[in-house]
Design a protein around this ligand. Structure first.
Ligand SMILES: Cc1cc2nc3c(=O)[nH]c(=O)nc-3n(C[C@H](O)[C@H](O)[C@H](O)COP(=O)(O)O)c2cc1C
Length: 297
């Protein structure tokens, strides 16, 4: 059997695992720790307050590790897109991940500089457009994912996109343990993309209460609503209620994403805050155990 997947070979990583970019969560420490553990970390450029700070952070990550990492650029309503893209290309970041919007021009510019681009998609129509624009892989964002999730079950979305487009697919949504990773690869994915699992990491720079909420919540504690950002996303209900109350009262300042906590249905599977390196190591030992535990017929 061939070792690895198309994406582990393309990206030069040991394991088919990507710590997904998360607004106000992903930071340089996570990129370094996840990368050193053999997976790939990705972070939104907008987690830094300015393009200059973003450039400094890219340089810091490169100083601290030789492992590849990714940068997420949001294409829609993002006044920094051109400047942040310029930094990615000048600094030769190994991977750009686009979300929300048309990636055609960005892919052409990135490929001109030898930078790979993966695109978030939630259905075949989006996937066809990103594929036609030259995306190196499609990130299939399924129902139940943290952040802006799609409506389609991963059991359908992953094999559907793989079969229709014959291009590498990254499975996003519903993945927090090694059995989930094995399932995603069995469905045809070339890598697994995990967000919520990495919020409950020691390195994530979020309030301890947010990490604790993830370890204690069940999927019923989430609400899938467009009211925070204009696009459907999953949020922990309790923080959503505070957001609603603040809006009604018009007084206290509540910030989207910082105070309204987004998470995916994997909250039901996460019980412990762990260092990023341990999360990656556990995912891979659970992956092997899950494969070995499949029944023979
Ligand atoms: C708190 C939070 C913030 C997120 N911010 C972004 C973002 O800025 N850009 C993006 O492309 N995806 C963002 N996402 C989505 C993740 O990249 C990823 O698709 C998702 O977390 C996968 O589902 P999971 O959380 O169930 O593992 C965010 C998700 C969460 C939970």
């Amino acid at each position: 059997m061939e070792s690895g997947t198309r994406l582990t070979r393309m990206l030069g990583i040991r394991y088919p695992l990507i710590a997904a970019p998360m607004f106000l969560v992903s930071n340089a420490d996570m990129m370094v720790e996840v990368g050193e553990a053999g997976a790939l970390g990705a972070m939104p450029a907008l987690n830094l307050r300015s393009t200059d700070e973003f450039r400094e952070t890219v340089r810091e990550i490169k100083r601290r590790t030789n492992a590849p990492f990714g940068v997420n650029l949001i294409l829609l309503n993002n006044p920094r897109i051109e400047d942040d893209l310029k930094v990615c290309l000048e600094e030769q970041v190994p991977l750009i991940i686009t979300s929300l919007g048309n990636p055609t021009e960005l892919i052409a510019a990135a490929h001109g500089k030898g930078v790979r681009v993966f695109c978030d998609v939630i259905n075949l129509k989006h996937a066809q457009k990103a594929h036609a624009a030259g995306a190196d892989a499609l990130i299939a964002v399924s129902a139940g994912a943290g952040g802006h999730a799609g409506p389609v079950s991963p059991f359908v979305l992953i094999p559907w996109l793989s079969a229709e487009l014959k291009t590498p697919v990254v499975a996003a949504g519903g993945i927090a343990n090694g059995a989930n990773v094995a399932a995603a690869l069995a469905l045809g994915a070339d890598a697994a993309y995990l967000g919520t699992r990495f919020i409950a990491s020691q390195e994530a720079p979020v309030e301890e209460a947010f990490k604790l909420a993830i370890c204690q919540a069940s999927p019923e504690d989430l609400e899938f609503t467009p009211e925070v950002t204009g696009h459907h996303a999953n949020f922990l209900k309790e923080s959503l209620e505070k957001f609603r109350a603040a809006k009604r009262e018009g007084g206290t300042e509540i910030k989207r994403w910082r105070d309204v906590w987004s998470a995916g249905q994997t909250v039901g599977l996460i019980t412990q805050v762990k260092p990023c390196r341990e999360i990656v190591a556990d995912l891979m030992s659970e992956y092997h155990a899950a494969r070995a535990s499949l029944p023979a017929f």
